[in-house]
Design a protein around this ligand. Structure first.
Ligand code: F6P
Length: 369
């Protein structure tokens, strides 16, 4: 057995935020690497909630065997818990009352002899890790999200799988759109970032791509649909981000979850847009919301590879004695940045992104001109 160059004996691993393809591949990589170097691994259930509630279990090689291609997370996750803001009832005015339970988390980590924590998640998870890191527990972050919006890394694992799923969905709606001469509006996830819609929209040959970073003009979108009909293309595929909005308009909020540190859940733009297009153009229109289908199922080969690289790099950082780093991919190279640099920040699509230029060159409409 290889030896561990630092005095780390036991690490904790948790998955926070929404589930995403590749989480298990990271858990597997971290656990196998750790055990190979004589480090014990404790799996923390349901993200930071399990840390608060002291729900943990040892992970051995057998526990992580055969999970490389498994979607979701064997540890469970939670996208509502930030130990600094744990809901503990209501204030007299009806609003939620929060308590800082960071000390509870640190006590549980110390009780279990956990020297360091590998936190696998997005910006919310990295934010939640910060106060724990500030209390002296070494936290190493691994960047996850289908939204690909984590600051500091060019790519997060889960994104490539979601692009694949969404691309296939866009491919499939082409059939109905073409056969029935309709406008088909497909709504994709991504919160305030348009990466998923941009990539799947380009890959699926969407005629109109609407992302949060570019406000759209409804007249331009409708004109694009009508123009296609006039040129013999009797259908239009619109790929729209859940966070996209018309010029001067607001994002459509599907629900507000006050118990979540990130309470806004977007959704509903496709239904609204399909109605507007049909009313204004008289072209029959339908909408599809891809929703959580984009997050589900088996990770793509690309995500399995990325997740394995990220998990290995997280362990390298721990073994080298580095503290509070976030594993990243920059310019095709694995690296790491300060874990807090990603906390609470979103990486958005720049207006001058080369993929937008490439899409425009094949006549894709972004609703702005
Ligand atoms: O961050 C991942 C994500 O899937 C977003 O794209 C989406 O807006 C959100 O999570 C949905 O959250 P929930 O699973 O709580 O509905």
């Amino acid at each position: 057995m290889a030896t561990n160059s630092t005095d780390i004996k036991r690490i904790g691993v948790l998955t926070g935020g929404g589930d995403c393809p590749g989480l298990n591949a990271v858990i597997r990589a971290v656990t196998k690497d750790a055990i190979h170097h004589g480090i014990e691994v404790i799996g923390i259930e349901d993200g930071f909630l399990g840390l608060i509630e002291d729900r943990m279990r040892p992970l051995g090689v057998d526990d992580v065997s055969n999970i490389l291609g498994l979607g979701g997370t064997i540890l469970g996750s939670n996208n509502k818990t930030n130990p600094q803001m744990y809901p503990v009832g209501k204030n007299p005015d009806g609003s939620l009352k929060f308590k800082d339970l960071t000390d509870v988390c640190v006590t549980h980590l110390n009780t279990h002899g956990i020297d360091a924590l590998v936190v696998i998640g997005g910006d919310g998870t990295m934010s939640a890790a910060k106060p724990i890191a500030d209390r002296g527990i070494n936290c190493i972050g691994v960047p996850k999200t289908i939204d690909n919006d984590l600051h500091g890394t060019d790519i997060t694992f889960g994104f490539q799988t979601a692009v694949g799923v969404a691309t296939e969905a866009i491919d499939r709606v082409h059939t109905t759109a073409a056969s029935h001469h309709r406008v088909m509006v497909v709504e994709l996830m991504g919160r305030n970032a348009g990466w998923l819609t941009l990539h799947a929209g380009v890959a699926g040959g969407a005629d109109v791509i609407l992302i949060p970073e570019i406000e759209f003009d409804l007249d331009v979108v409708c004109h694009s649909c009508v123009k296609r009909s006039q040129h013999g293309k009797r259908f239009t595929i619109v790929a729209v981000s859940e966070g996209a909005r018309p010029k001067g308009g607001e994002q459509i909020v599907e629900r507000v979850d006050e118990s979540s540190p990130d309470p806004i859940r977007l959704g509903g733009i496709a239904k609204w847009l399909a109605g507007e297009i049909e009313d204004r153009t008289e072209i029959e229109s339908r909408y599809v919301v891809l929703g959580h289908v984009q997050r589900g199922g088996t990770p793509s080969p690309g995500d399995r590879v990325l997740a394995t690289q990220f998990g290995h790099h997280a362990m390298e950082l721990l073994k080298q004695g580095k503290t509070n780093r976030l594993v990243v991919m920059q310019g095709g190279n694995l690296g790491d940045v300060e874990i807090t640099s990603a906390a609470g920040r979103q990486r958005l699509v720049p207006a001058d992104h080369p993929l937008i230029a490439a899409a425009r060159s094949v006549y894709t409409c972004f609703g702005d001109r």
